[in-house]
Write a protein that binds this ligand. Structure first.
Ligand code: RUG
Length: 824
């Protein structure tokens, strides 16, 4: 590319031009005519038409970047949970109205075509969705960014329920084609695995270590456009797909050795076959480490060799890039860069380490010690022998520094070492990231504080300036503008559309909370969103819910610390109290309890909790005596697409983790921004949500983090809590009696045993406070004017939770990257 290359002609933003383009794609791209085109043909043609409109911006962004060499943020993430692309790309290309009109004229419904798109589920939950929000915001803010990740052939498993039990099915998101990606097999990068390391002396007599891998795998880049909203900038997301360098062994195949002939191919392609189904508690699996190394090695080589100009002096690398490490998953990038500089380019260790320490920054997303990845040295050494050597060397120098700083304090040295000695010798990836990174951030104020004072406190003492906080955020484009068009229309009518790019402008809605007519319209929109959600649930899952009941939503991965069991105990308690006559049915607000949750396939207790929720749901839903007042809806396979329907419909957002366990949460932000009130503990970003929306517009309950720590220290007895609270006891006893399992007393025993035995996340301890808070919810919901006022204030005061703001914070506190406006 040079400055003389003419820019690709921009497409005309007219219905005629769009129609021409669409029909051309249908005829020439799909080889069908309109009369015979299937819905998929039409969707594909539509998607390709939209991407033509984004092409000028993309090519210009690449050209400008190549010319200006502005500092780039490379967001290294094993997960990008993108959600459907069509709506977002229609919005950013300013084609929503034009596309609809054009398709209408052709007798095609845009809404029908939207339904054809299968979302790329390339992430487990919050962490992957956050990455998708961040790249959207960076493009919108005109910041040069490349997202680097893995193009999993199968994304997060598709969840089904069989007799209420979770069954995992492969997510075949690519089956009908993927119109948004651009594969470039000619730019494949080669990555090694296994083998050994040897000493070599080069022609100049310089000795160095040389890694001789046992096998190699090719990484093929697939590029995706990441268009900004209200700007011409289109950044790139580059996802790597693994391929065998040699397709297969023809000779062996011809001799009938069919399996043997494709062995290499299978090994290679398995690497990007499936998203590792974990969220907060990683299981140490070889394939997972292969995936991690595969994508960071491809990404680093790509940046050094393809993105930077060939004559670039790598000593200036820190001026050109920050590699943001999204959790510990990409941390193997640290020794990989060292290897690139020392082994492949002959740099001294000191020079290489000097640069390495200036280009990586690390975001930690957890507080659970078991979620901080460690890799046994046996495994790491087998797969990446040279990287293990480099890690040992980094650690050796680090420990020397520690011994100088803390003479005689071997306990501290052992605590801080990158290498753990027990239970097996292993590399602590969070320590490696902290030692190498120039910044370490948590993802909400409380989380960053606990990271600094508890999880990584020794490091924070040594390097206080490294530690910072950036509270997470969510993109207002997808989660308000697109997901909630009616509310967006109302907001825009009231304050203009500047909020879509500057969410702090939502504060201008505050006075309207006092305006009865505005409240009525706001309420009407929520009511209509509920009807729409009910329609979707019926069509998608065959679940029937009332269109006008309170929508009480708990959607997140299934994990004990998130405490779906606490929500369940509340539901069972309501049911039990109604059944026993303690609670008159007429006094109970009609409510739909919506659950959405996938359990990691290897997490047995989480799966048992799912089965229990479904069992309780079936019983309650079938109980005619409740006159439909309580309903449990647990649609299988909760995903971004369903989230976009549920969140605008929700009244109550359940954010009930044990204080000190949820790093941030981002669902909590999406609900507040769509006018749901939160019932929550003082945990993660709930703390900031409550501070901003105000105590009176938030239902706080439960122990604070210091109270949890105190209770832990003084000895917690779930049995004692159970014995002392009659409602809790009655609820648990009802489950144990077999009331939800056709009289079978053993079926749900493991869940009850976990609660009464250890109750690691203190659900029982917070039960009373939670039920009291739910009583406050009931009472407040009855006053619909007050509730609507609070709902509007939640929207008005949640502008802080835009991922645009998060990105500005990252730029200021970490990256030093600057927006670069596109001038065309
Ligand atoms: O559990 C956390 C959420 O609290 C957080 O909001 C999200 C994004 O920061 O990341 C989630 N997370 C953490 N996902 N995987 C991990 C494991 O470290």
């Amino acid at each position: 590319m040079n400055d003389m290359t003419p820019p690709v002609a921009a497409r005309e933003h007219t219905v005629e031009s769009f129609t021409r383009e669409f029909l051309r794609e249908l005829n020439f791209g799909r080889g069908v005519d309109l009369d015979r085109a299937s819905a998929n043909d039409k969707y594909m043609a539509l998607a390709r038409t939209v991407r033509h409109y984004l092409m000028t911006g993309w090519l210009e962004t690449l050209r400008n970047q190549y010319r200006d060499q502005a500092k780039v943020v490379a967001y290294l993430s094993a997960e990008f949970l993108l959600g459907r692309q069509l709506d977002n790309n229609l919005l950013t290309s300013n084609l929503e109205g034009i596309a609809r009109e054009s398709l209408d004229q052709l007798g095609i419904s845009l809404d029908d075509l939207r339904e054809v798109e299968i979302e790329p589920g390339l992430g487990n939950g919050g962490l992957g969705r956050l990455a998708a929000c961040f790249i959207d915001s960076l493009a919108t803010l005109d910041v040069p960014c490349i997202g680097y990740g893995i193009r999993y052939e199968y994304g997060i498993f598709k969840q089904a329920f069989v007799d209420g039990h979770q069954v995992e099915k492969p997510d075949t998101w690519l089956a009908l084609g993927s119109p948004w990606e651009f594969p470039h097999p000619e730019n494949a990068v080669t990555v090694g695995f296994g083998g050994h390391v040897e000493d070599v002396t080069d022609e100049d007599g310089v000795k160095r270590r040389d890694w001789v891998p046992a096998s190699v795998v090719n990484g093929v880049p697939y590029n995706y456009m990441v268009p900004g909203y209200g700007t011409n900038r289109v950044n790139t997301l580059r996802l790597w797909s693994a391929r065998a360098p040699k397709a297969f062994n023809l000779q062996v195949f011809n001799e009938g050795g069919y399996e043997e002939a494709v062995k290499n191919q299978t090994f290679a392609e398995n690497i990007s076959k499936v998203l590792y189904p974990e969220d907060s508690t990683p299981q140490g699996k070889e394939l997972r480490l292969q995936q991690q190394y595969f994508f960071v090695a491809c990404s680093i080589a790509d940046f050094l060799c393809n993105v930077l100009p060939q004559d670039f002096d790598l000593h200036r690398l820190p001026d050109r890039i920050t590699w943001q490490l999204n959790d510990t998953h990409p941390v193997i990038a640290v020794p990989e860069l060292m290897r690139q500089l020392v082994d492949l380019r002959g740099w001294t260790w000191e020079d290489a380490w000097g640069v390495t320490q200036k280009v990586f920054a690390y975001t930690c997303h957890t507080l659970l010690p078991e979620a901080l990845e460690v890799w046994p040295v046996d495994l790491l050494g087998k797969l990446l022998p040279r990287h293990l050597e480099i890690i040992y060397r980094i650690n050796e120098l680090f420990l020397e520094e520690l011994r100088d700083t803390y003479p005689g304090d071997e306990l501290k040295v052992r605590h801080m070492s990158i290498i753990a000695e027990h239970p097996v010798r292993a590399v602590r990836m969070a320590h490696l990231a902290t030692v190498a990174g120039f910044k370490v951030n948590g993802v909400a104020a409380l989380h960053s504080e606990l990271l600094r004072d508890k999880v990584l406190s020794d490091f924070a003492q040594l390097w206080p300036e490294k530690f910072t906080n950036v509270t997470n955020g969510v993109t207002p484009r997808r989660f308000v503008r697109i997901a909630n068009p009616s509310m967006s229309g109302l907001v825009t009518e009231a304050i203009g559309d500047g909020w879509i790019k500057d969410l702090s402008q939502l504060s201008r809605l505050e006075p309207l909370a006092e305006d009865a007519e505005f409240r009525r319209r706001f309420r009407d929109i929520k009511a209509a969103n509920k009807v729409e959600f009910a329609r979707v649930l019926k069509e998608r899952d065959g679940i029937e819910i009332a269109g006008d009941a309170m929508v009480d939503a708990m959607v997140k991965r299934l994990h004990e610390y998130k405490r779906q069991t606490l929500k369940l105990l509340h539901i069972v308690s309501l049911y039990q109290r109604i059944g026993s006559g303690a609670l008159p049915l007429e006094s109970v607000t009609p409510r739909t309890f919506v659950f959405g949750a996938k359990a990691a396939p290897g997490y047995a207790l989480a799966k048992q909790i799912i089965a229990l929720i479904n069992a309780v749901g079936s019983t309650i839903n079938a109980d005619a005596s409740l006159e439909g007042r309580l309903k449990v809806a647990f649609p299988a396979n909760y995903n971004v697409t369903l989230a976009e329907k549920l969140i605008p419909a929700a009244d109550l957002s359940e954010q009930i983790s044990l204080a000190g366990k949820e790093a941030s949460g981002t669902g909590n932000m999406k609900f507040a921004l769509n006018g749901a009130l939160t019932i929550g503990t003082d945990d993660g970003a709930n703390v900031e949500i409550r501070e901003l929306v105000g105590d009176e517009n938030f239902f706080l309950f439960g122990m604070s983090e210091p109270e949890v720590a105190d209770l832990e220290a003084s000895g917690y007895s779930p049995e004692a809590v159970y014995a002392s609270d009659p409602d809790l006891k009655a609820a648990i006893d009802l489950i144990s009696s077999g009331a939800f399992s056709g009289g079978d007393r053993t079926l749900h025993e493991p869940v009850i045993a976990a609660l009464l035995g250890e109750d690691r996340f203190m659900a029982l301890a917070d039960f009373r406070s939670y039920v009291d808070a739910q009583d406050r919810v009931e009472a407040y919901y009855g006053d619909f004017e007050a509730w609507s006022r609070s709902a509007i204030l939640n929207v008005a005061r949640s502008g802080f939770f835009s991922s645009d703001r998060s990105m500005v914070d990252y730029m200021d506190r970490i990256w030093g990257a600057k927006p670069v406006k596109q001038n065309f």
